[in-house]
Design a protein around this ligand. Structure first.
Ligand SMILES: Nc1ncnc2c1ncn2[C@@H]1O[C@H](COP(=O)(O)OP(=O)(O)O)[C@@H](O)[C@H]1O
Ligand SMILES: [Mg+2]
Length: 390
């Protein structure tokens, strides 16, 4: 879809920002470009939408040499998201999102409809946020608008230059997760620039690790973490690359434990009986739709009444697919021995709980699965019982 052939960019002052770069990105692939500041990432990006012209070499999009395409036409096929979102302060969120369709001359109604659809897609309710102005939004929300705007005219290619660089780490991780879900739905060809190796491995189907204007390694995240190609890459990914795996390993349903489950309208007496029968000290509490409500411990089940009156709010929960790192940090943050896992933020259907032991198992499975190139569910872990028996 995008192909760089021996591309070099020398600035007039003699700086070689990109040096004989060759790179091929497949259709629907999300490639992260990662490296320290000044290594040529932004220059690489801007050559794709012809904000910068290469000194040597050629760039192809869909087989077409982009130097032969009118830059304005070219940019209609490319969504561009940058850190300083660049929203128009005097326009509403809906109008901002509809910018490109508007420029393309779509009818006003259709542009607004499309903008609303996209705001929805990036997790902003258009009926709530659509008529607000950029300054009325948080940094994270503004980044979402930036992504929605870039997608508005449905371009096949997205260029994202440190789009989440300016938001705090917790919000950033949310945005990354949302973006992964979004990408699964829209399936764009994405070049994503970051200086953060964790972000690169978390998002990229493949990651290109930059040295000075050149690519040191171009491979799947697990491969870069598992087998750095050069000492430079090893240094860049860091000595704690085992820990970094936590951020590229998602929670899967098979990782979860099934604790006793109670419903809001259950009688406490029945609840107590159920807990003692299962030998459990607590149960997860669900509402009538089996959505997560909270939890209750044996200390509260002694009295009379219903579970509803004594259930505690759930504080530590995550959707399936969130990273093990998020799970671990959520556990630490809430000083929780387990966290509830739901299907999706929007519905909240309860799937099970993740415990530290299960988290560790999931990590071991993922390392083993990568080493043998098999799915995680097929990994057999040796248990203490097996070791004792052998
Ligand atoms: N317009 C320019 N003129 C001269 N040098 C530039 C210009 N833009 C960037 N550079 C230099 O090119 C190198 C790569 O810059 P850039 O592509 O912005 O890196 P990155 O995005 O990885 O931080 C740096 O050394 C930077 O100082
Ligand atoms: Mg840059």
């Amino acid at each position: 879809m995008i192909r760089f052939e021996h591309v070099t960019k020398r600035y007039p002052d003699g700086t070689t920002a990109v040096d004989d770069l060759s790179l091929e990105v497949g259709a629907g692939e999300l490639v992260t470009l990662v490296g320290p500041s000044g290594c040529g990432k932004t220059t690489t990006m801007k050559m794709v939408n012809r904000l910068i012209e290469p000194t040597e070499g050629r760039i192809f999009m869909d087989g077409e040499d982009i130097s032969t395409v009118d830059p304005v036409q070219l940019r209609r096929r490319i969504g561009y998201v940058i850190q300083q979102v660049g929203l128009f302060p005097h326009k509403t969120i809906l109008e901002n999102t509809a910018t490109v369709p508007h420029l393309l001359g779509w009818p006003r109604g259709k542009s607004r409809e499309r903008a609303a659809e996209l705001l929805d897609l990036v997790g902003l309710d258009p009926s709530v946020h659509g008529d607000r102005y950029p300054e009325q939004l948080s940094g994270g929300q503004r980044q979402r608008v930036g992504v929605a705007r870039a997608l508005a005219a449905d371009p096949p290619v997205l260029l994202m230059d440190e789009p989440f660089g300016a938001v705090d780490p917790v919000v950033r991780e949310h945005l990354q997760n949302e973006f992964l879900k979004l990408q699964a739905a829209v399936n764009k060809t994405v070049l994503f620039v970051t200086h953060d190796i964790e972000e690169a491995v978390r998002l990229g189907d493949r990651i290109a690790v930059y040295g000075q204007g050149t690519i040191e390694q171009f491979d799947a995240p697990a491969a870069v973490l598992g087998a750095p190609a050069t000492p430079y890459v090893a240094d860049f990914v860091g000595a704690d690359r085992g820990l970094k795996r936590l951020s590229v390993t998602p929670i899967e349903e098979g990782d979860l434990e099934q604790p006793p489950v109670l419903h809001l309208d259950d009688q406490l007496r029945t609840a107590a009986a159920k807990l003692s029968k299962e030998g459990a000290r607590w149960a997860v509490v669900l509402d009538g739709d089996d959505n997560l409500h909270g939890w209750i411990s044996t200390e509260q089940t002694g009295s009379s009444g219903t579970v509803r009156e004594h259930a505690r709010r759930m504080e530590a929960w995550l959707p399936v697919g969130a990273s093990l790192k998020q799970a671990f940090s959520t556990m630490l943050q809430h000083d929780a021995g387990w966290i509830a896992v739901i299907d999706r933020e929007e519905t909240g259907r309860f799937l099970g709980v993740l415990t530290p032991a299960r988290l560790h198992e999931a990590l071991r499975r993922s390392i083993d699965a990568d080493a043998h190139a098999i799915p995680r569910t097929e990994v057999e872990l040796e248990t203490v019982a097996q070791i004792a028996a052998s």
